[in-house]
Design a protein around this ligand. Structure first.
Ligand code: ZN
Ligand code: ZN
Length: 469
């Protein structure tokens, strides 16, 4: 008993001991975080990986976050400095904001740290709302800020930029967004077309007026495609600016080809895979392209043949060929009960385009992520593959477009499809007069003088008769 007492007594540290412990703890956590950062190659991290790393550091608490601020001061290691900025941007928490404000008050703050902190502020989600820094962008060394931001954006693929813009900026008020877009697009760096791409889908008229003019300074052919789509815009200024910009691009082109640095790397089709559950009408399609640097980007789209078209999409960049093979192998294991096969580019594009036009016909908006990742294939020309089934068929019984409620599916019999409503409708047997629902019966497809129709076996008298339409 006395031993227990003694032990519990020793567990209460002296106040001096506690301060020391906290210091030791702080140094340990900081060092561990710095070691963790040293193991990361900034250029190789995808947006998702960066986010995961940011969460990991955040979970370790404030001392770990402080280590990131330490990195901002270390001019000798610009790679780690950039990584720290990127991670701080991902941490949308008050502690980071307060610490930035505190540091910005310091009169002896080195210029490069000031620029880095402002970049975190400008690019961080929460700060855009208050946006004291954006208002001051023109006041402080704009060039160095731009340079800093450039290297930050340059480390991303165009689709990642579009994703980031979509996730972190698109909700901000248009005037704030416009200011940031103007800053980011001062030079016509081709990757910035990722921002234009997403703004053109969802953007505000004032932003589109600016972009319609600005895109005329870009040399990549993608700018031409974007401008052409603006020629149809309801706003007169947008249309006029787009028209002038196209003329400017044509003039420049007449003088000769643009420098390579003005062009986006040309991705080439790599591979495509399809997993399907033929009866449910669901498909999961992988479409991969290879960049000139040998790395692979791909999208995974979920398609619904009956009603919804493209229902979901995600994508990834910077996969090596080995990583990609591994991913496909994992998917084959996960979808072992589905038909999975490698398909040609033409087949994949037919599936994707059929799904997209079904979205359009039935008024289901395309998922935002799909609009971004569609960049991997949307420019490519192809001829329809006749072996790909039709999307958006009509019910063979009632003739109405198939509309399938969640968790239900139609029946497929040969080339005939029957909607859930028709499956539950009572029909009368011609032979015995008994009633039955097709859903409870055995259905077959029959052919007569070149026309397909459905036959149903009566559950009462077992006679087979035509399913009336
Ligand atoms: Zn029907
Ligand atoms: Zn009958």
């Amino acid at each position: 008993m006395s031993r227990r007492k003694f032990q519990s007594h020793s567990d209460v540290p002296s106040p001096v001991g506690r301060v020391d412990d906290i210091l030791v703890q702080s140094v340990r956590v900081r060092n561990r975080t710095l070691n963790l950062l040293a193991r990361q190659k900034f250029e190789d991290l995808s947006v998702q990986q960066t986010r995961a790393l940011a969460r990991r550091i955040q979970r370790r608490g404030r001392h770990a976050i402080e280590a990131l601020f330490d990195c901002l001061f270390d001019e000798s290691n610009p790679g780690r400095q950039r990584l720290a900025v990127t991670l701080l941007i991902e941490m949308k928490e008050a502690y980071v904001q307060n610490r930035i404000h505190q540091l910005l008050q310091r009169p002896d703050l080195p210029e490069h740290v000031r620029v880095a902190l402002l970049a975190v502020e400008a690019l961080g989600d929460a700060s855009l709302q208050a946006s004291p820094s954006i208002a001051h962008l023109s006041e402080i060394s704009l060039d160095s800020l731009l340079q800093f931001i450039n290297s930050f954006w340059e480390s991303m693929e165009i689709e990642e930029i579009a994703m980031m813009w979509n996730e972190s900026f698109l909700r901000e008020p248009p005037p704030d967004r416009l200011r940031l877009i103007e800053t980011l697009m001062q030079s016509a760096r081709p990757k910035m077309l990722g921002i234009a791409y997403i703004e053109l889908i969802y953007g505000d008229t004032t932003i589109l007026q600016f972009l319609a003019e600005k895109l005329g300074t870009f040399n990549d052919p993608m700018a031409v495609g974007l401008l052409e789509s603006l020629l149809e815009h309801p706003d007169l200024i947008v249309r006029t600016n787009a028209d002038r910009s196209l003329a400017r691009i044509r003039q420049r082109r007449a003088l000769g080809p643009p420098p390579k640095s003005d062009l986006l790397p040309r991705d080439r089709f790599y591979r495509a895979y399809l997993a399907s559950e033929p009866f449910s009408g669901h498909y999961s399609l992988v479409y991969a392209v290879k960049s000139p640097n040998g790395l692979i980007k791909f999208l995974v789209a979920l398609l619904n043949r009956w009603d919804r078209g493209v229902t979901d999409c995600w994508g990834c960049v910077r996969y090596t060929a080995e990583d990609f093979d591994e991913l496909i192998a994992t998917m084959s294991r996960d979808f072992a009960d589905l038909d999975q096969s490698r398909i040609s580019k033409r087949t994949a594009l037919t599936f994707l385009h059929r799904a997209m036009s079904l979205n359009q016909h039935r008024g289901h908006p395309l998922p935002k992520e799909f609009c971004i990742w569609a960049n991997l294939f949307i420019k490519d020309r192809f001829t329809l593959d006749p072996r790909v089934p039709e999307f958006g068929q009509h019910c063979s019984v009632c003739g109405k477009p198939l509309r399938i409620p969640a968790h239900e599916f139609p029946w497929v019999v040969g080339e005939q499809v029957i909607c859930p409503a028709c499956l539950r409708r009572n029909v009368r047997c011609a032979a015995c007069g008994g009633r039955a629902k097709p859903i409870d019966c055995f259905l077959t497809q029959a052919k007569e003088s070149g026309r397909n129709f459905l036959e149903i076996r009566c559950p009462h008298c077992f006679e087979v008769f035509h399913l009336p339409s």
